[in-house]
Structure formats: structure tokens, C-alpha cells
Design a protein around this ligand. Structure first.
Ligand SMILES: [Zn+2]
Length: 165
């Protein structure tokens, strides 16, 4: 009996530790959405997981769209200011940086769109190379990831060998 009491107390303190971790992780949001709490024995990429990632991808997409709008508006405002010739070079440089950023954001939006289609097709969350589960936590960190950590690492090593970097 004494042993089981001890075991209970150990369990209690473990549960407390788990609760602390849960509280801390609950405060971390992904594009404004709470992290997914996996239930024990839950099937990977079931409907509620797919809905979770669909919501994350859409929220992220929305953020990017707003950012693109801000960049365009900012450039229009700046261009309307008729800067002195000396400032023009600086402004052009600024614009080219902003255009590159916009281009990157546009590409990312397209990637998100492609990923959303995969969610709908039930083809999301599995490694394109080896077929293994990419995992909820990794996908929350990189919602457009299409490779598992191992394949991604291997890919990066191969790339370094090719480029000699
Ligand atoms: Zn893989």
C-alpha cells in the first residue's frame, strides 16, 4: 500500500509538470491559433487535424496578403513624395528590396495555396520522399513542410555537397 501511495504522489508531481508544460505551450500560438492538443490514440491527420492545419495555412495566407498590401501602399505613398534627386537612388534601392520581399511573399502564398489543395486531397502531412508522418509539431513550425526531418536533413547535406558550401 505504501508503495502505491508513493506511486500516486510521483504521478501527481509528474502530472503537475505536464500541466505546467501544457500551460506554457498553450500560450504559444501559430499565426494566432492555439497549438493542437493530440489525444491519446488519435489517428494522424484525421479530420480535426486537417481542419487545424487548414486554419493555420489560411491565417498565415491572410497575414501575407495584408503584408503585400502594406508594401504596395507604402511604395505608392513614397513615390508620391517627389524626393530630391539625391534621395532618388536611395528610394529606388528601397523599392527594389520591397519588390523582392513582395515577390517572396507572393511565392509563399502560392506555396500555401498548393499546400491547402493537398490538405483537401487528404495528401497533407506525409513526407514526399519516404512517406512517413511529418508530425504535428513539425508542421506547426513549418506548415508547408513536405519532407520529414530526416529527408530534409539529407537533402541539405546533398545540397551542400553539390554546391560545395
Ligand atoms: Zn522522409
Amino acid at each position: 500500500m505504501a508503495l502505491s501511495k508513493h506511486a500516486n504522489e510521483t504521478n501527481k508531481s509528474q502530472n503537475n509538470a505536464i500541466n505546467t508544460i501544457k500551460r506554457e505551450s498553450a500560450s504559444l500560438t501559430i499565426h494566432g491559433l492555439p497549438r493542437y492538443e493530440e489525444k491519446i490514440g488519435e489517428e494522424y491527420m484525421n479530420e480535426s487535424q486537417r481542419n487545424h492545419f487548414r486554419a493555420i495555412l489560411k491565417a498565415w495566407r491572410q497575414e501575407l496578403m495584408e503584408e503585400v498590401d502594406r508594401t504596395v501602399n507604402h511604395m505608392q505613398d513614397e513615390a508620391a513624395n517627389f524626393p530630391a534627386p539625391a534621395d532618388r537612388a536611395t528610394q529606388e534601392e528601397e523599392f527594389s528590396i520591397e519588390l523582392r520581399t513582395r515577390d517572396r511573399e507572393r511565392k509563399l502564398i502560392k506555396k500555401i495555396d498548393r499546400t491547402l489543395i493537398r490538405v483537401d486531397d487528404n495528401d497533407y502531412g506525409f513526407c514526399d520522399q519516404c512517406g512517413v508522418d511529418i508530425g504535428v509539431r513539425r508542421l506547426e513550425a513549418r506548415p508547408t513542410a513536405n519532407l520529414c526531418v530526416d529527408c530534409k536533413t539529407l537533402d541539405e547535406i546533398k545540397e551542400k555537397q553539390i554546391t560545395g558550401g
